[in-house]
Design a binder for this molecule. Structure first.
Ligand code: THG
Length: 377
């Protein structure tokens, strides 16, 4: 019998939890100590829906770290290597956060709510320990907490029509990462959500940040109703699409040494800015020396992979270990197996032929730049 997850009170449940079960969630992961529905049983159908229609994703595992107080902006600026000189209220940013060695700790979306309130929509780790320690040790006048705010993603080419039907046509004018509070009159009563143009796919969409969890089921139902004319259905951050689009998954693609330059996030790091930030010196040195690994794409031979990788697949050149594929999938878009991962810079030239040991056999893997392009195949 297949292994099962045992649902219990120790791990958090999303405010949409029962709705995801009723909608047929078949596979759960655990992320930020919260049950995370990652599949409804048909990976290819979920991929097609994201590419051509609209999907509803429970991404409440992306927890909000809230930083409030007179020094909130200053704390945020000292946490990230990204230059925030032009940061504006209502405009989100994707902000790497590094430790003093320049190692990537998290890659949240930053939401500047007001001059003294910032949210970090975090990936999977205990960033609150880091941020509250930095705040206290540096004497910042802030309160750091992690309220139960639960993003619900609506993704795909028909997401605009869906969210416009729910919230109004103004949402169509939101630029990428822009957001706005909006009051909704739900079956459970009135509640304010933050409507953001964002999401972990390149197919476009929105995220609705629910601030009162007791309205979770009513919000889910309202999105389903608004999307019904577009055949909305349940999904989850899509593994195949994320590999095709080269989106980074913290923890899945990274290890305790990975820095943003290796990941191709150098454009989000500004070591020349006046603002001091944690990791500045280390990152300046990494930039000067050049990183030792590069995050790249791989075109992999063989029959279509029947499933996603459960472990990293090691890459070899003439028997020597040179890197790993951290995410592999069969790509319907490119009609080939593809992968993402970190490889030694000595083997990073596009066209380099390597050998990859997959769970489905040993194959040739050809290095290619990101993003993947049709011409590379
Ligand atoms: N939604 C919300 N919070 C999140 C995630 C999310 N927090 C954790 C995790 N996911 C954050 N990770 C990412 C990674 C990439 C992007 C967004 C969230 C992204 N990247 C674009 C790209 O790579 O092209 C743009 C980056 C840029 O500004 O250059 O959109 O899914 N709420």
């Amino acid at each position: 019998m297949a292994a099962q997850i045992s649902f219990g009170p120790r791990i958090r449940k999303s405010p949409y939890f029962d709705r995801t079960i009723e909608a047929g969630a078949s596979h759960f992961s655990i992320y930020n100590k919260t049950y995370f529905p990652v599949s409804y049983g048909d990976a290819l159908a979920e991929y097609d829906r994201l590419m051509e229609g609209v999907a509803i994703w429970d991404v409440s595992v992306d927890r909000q770290m809230r930083i409030c107080g007179p020094d909130a902006a200053q704390l945020v600026r000292s946490l990230t290597p990204r230059n925030l000189a032009t940061l504006a209220i209502g405009k989100g940013r994707y902000v790497p956060i590094c430790n003093h060695q320049g190692v990537l700790l998290n890659d949240p979306v930053l939401l500047p709510i007001s001059d003294d309130e910032y949210w970090l929509s975090i990936a999977d780790n205990d960033l609150i320990l880091w941020v509250s320690a930095i705040a206290a040790e540096r004497g910042f006048d802030v309160v750091v907490d992690e309220p139960d705010i639960a993003p619900l993603a609506v993704q795909g080419p028909k997401a605009s029509n869906t969210v416009a039907a729910l919230c109004g046509d103004w949402v169509r004018d939101l630029k990428q990462f822009a957001f706005c509070p909006h009051r909704l009159n739900l079956a459970s009563g009135e509640t304010e959500v933050i409507v953001a143009r964002s999401g972990w796919s390149k197919q476009g969409g929105f995220e609705l940040y629910l601030q009162e969890p007791e309205h979770g089921y009513a919000l889910w139902d309202a999105v389903m109703e608004a999307g019904a004319p577009h055949d909305i259905g349940p999904g989850a951050p899509n593994y195949i699409e994320r590999v095709e689009s080269g989106l980074i998954s913290m923890g899945a693609d990274t290890d305790p040494q990975t820095n943003p330059y290796e990941l191709g996030m150098g454009k989000l790091v500004d070591v020349d800015q006046e603002q001091d930030f944690i990791g500045k010196q280390a990152l300046a040195e990494i930039r000067a020396d050049g990183p030792s690994r590069t995050f790249l794409g791989f075109i992999i031979d063989g029959d279509p992979f029947p499933a996603a990788n459960k472990v990293w697949w090691h890459l070899y050149s003439d028997g020597e270990y040179v890197g790993r594929v951290s995410a592999g999938a069969y790509s319907p878009r490119f009609k080939s197996n593809i992968g993402l991962g970190l490889v030694s810079v000595d083997f990073a030239e596009p066209g380099t032929e390597l050998t990859v040991h997959t769970e489905f056999g040993t194959q040739n893997a050809c290095v290619t730049q990101l993003p993947f392009t049709t011409e590379a195949f």
